[in-house]
Design a binder for this molecule. Structure first.
Ligand SMILES: Cc1ncc(COP(=O)(O)O)c(C=O)c1O
Length: 382
């Protein structure tokens, strides 16, 4: 099997699973309990928090555990809206965010908030000048993703941060679900960012666990009210086995990060060089530093994305249409649509997404299968 759908989810790493099992069986107390079992659970919880904070170069008190990217994004958007509605009801995002942001924004619009959706250029990048023009006296939040999950475009967070330095009261959120471990940590954890959301299952931790960075002093309302865990901001008994497993997964991910990134770039380049020789191929993920090393989105024009995915699957190679969430809905990619790619081409889009375990040997096998499929599709379409 060749798994090239790592932006949808990753396989839990054996060492991470081992931590999960060990903690489930040995440190199974509730961190809020007063007895020794509770205390050891609490101490592990704080150890995991510190490890994550250290890896990101922030303070322990700035890390909050969530159930993943969707919860983190919803929390920052709705939590800011609730917290700051008396100061303003205007939010800004881009038109190519993940549905966790776009649908949360849509919900806020129904509640009377106004949202500006920044356009993207033909390569899928937001412009900081457009952001500057969109800011109003009642703007309370700007939410821009680090790496687009469909085509891998890295957003100019440094330029966005520069603009927002003149507006210190506006909350700046970055969805970094696809950006962590991809060599752009300083871009993401810039000194102007206030909230950053992460998801464990994108880096070999189990599903249903994630975390959020909240800059010290920034305020958001909780969405989960209850027993007061996570400094009263996210109630619910902590998922300690998954939290401990995620902190290990993050450590492993960030070990020799640049070597891993270089490896993914080599594989992406290899596949890119191969497929761009074919006239019916359109590639949306370029080979430059404005694109992440692990995502390659392309089309074989005239063939539906689903057909391409299943044809590769017949050869035990797993890729996806542009995003896992939209693939079963047969929707045209929101990102490609925003880039003004005609629907006729966008319906052919597929995504190869790598992780640090993929190899050039797998890439070679991918290209061999690609050649076979391309000539088969060419015959059918001619
Ligand atoms: C950019 C981005 N944000 C948010 C999410 C949602 O994360 P989760 O699956 O942890 O809810 C995803 C998942 O694909 C994503 O790619």
């Amino acid at each position: 099997m060749i798994y090239l759908d790592n932006s949808a989810t990753t396989k839990v790493a054996p060492a991470v699973l081992e931590t999960y099992t060990k903690v489930s069986q040995k440190i199974w107390g509730n961190p809020s309990s007063l007895h020794a079992l509770g205390e050891s659970a609490y101490s592990l919880l704080e150890q995991a928090r510190k490890q994550i904070a250290d890896l990101l170069g922030v303070k322990s008190g700035e890390i909050f555990f969530t159930s993943g990217g969707t919860e983190g994004d919803n929390w920052v958007l709705k939590g800011t809206a609730i917290e700051k509605m008396e100061y303003g009801k205007h939010l800004i995002t881009s038109s190519i965010e993940h549905p966790a942001v776009l649908n949360a924004m849509a919900q806020l619009e129904k509640l009377g908030f106004e949202v500006t959706y920044l356009p993207v250029d033909k390569h899928g990048h937001v412009s900081a000048d457009d952001l500057k023009k969109a800011i109003r006296p009642d703007t309370i939040l700007v939410s821009i993703m680090a790496v687009n999950n469909e085509i891998g475009a890295i957003q100019p967070l440094d330029k966005i941060a520069d603009v927002l330095r003149d507006y210190p009261k506006i909350h700046f959120h970055v969805d970094a679900v696809q950006g962590i471990g991809k060599g752009i940590q300083s871009l993401i954890m810039n000194d102007r960012v206030d909230f950053v959301t992460f998801s464990g299952h994108k880096f070999h931790a189990p599903r249903g666990i994630g975390f959020m960075f909240k800059r010290h002093g920034r305020k958001i309302a909780p969405l989960m009210s209850g027993g007061g865990q996570e400094k009263n901001l996210r109630s619910g008994t902590e998922n300690l086995p998954a939290i401990a497993a995620m902190s290990k997964a993050l450590r492993l991910l960030l070990e020799s990060e640049s070597t891993k990134v270089q490896n993914q770039l080599k594989i992406k380049q290899f596949i890119y060089d191969h497929i761009t020789q074919f006239p019916k191929v359109t590639v949306f993920s370029e080979m430059n530093n404005k694109f992440a090393p692990h995502i390659l989105c392309f089309t074989i024009n005239g063939v539906r994305g689903e057909t391409i995915v299943h044809a590769f699957e017949d050869h035990d190679i797993y890729i996806s249409t542009t995003s896992a969430c939209s693939s079963k809905k047969h929707e045209i990619s929101g990102t490609l649509n925003s880039m003004a790619i005609p629907a006729k081409i966008a319906t052919s889009a597929v995504r190869v997404s790598l992780d640090e375990n993929n190899t050039l040997v797998e890439a070679e096998e991918f290209t061999k299968v690609f050649d076979k499929l391309y000539s088969r599709f060419e015959k059918i379409n001619s």
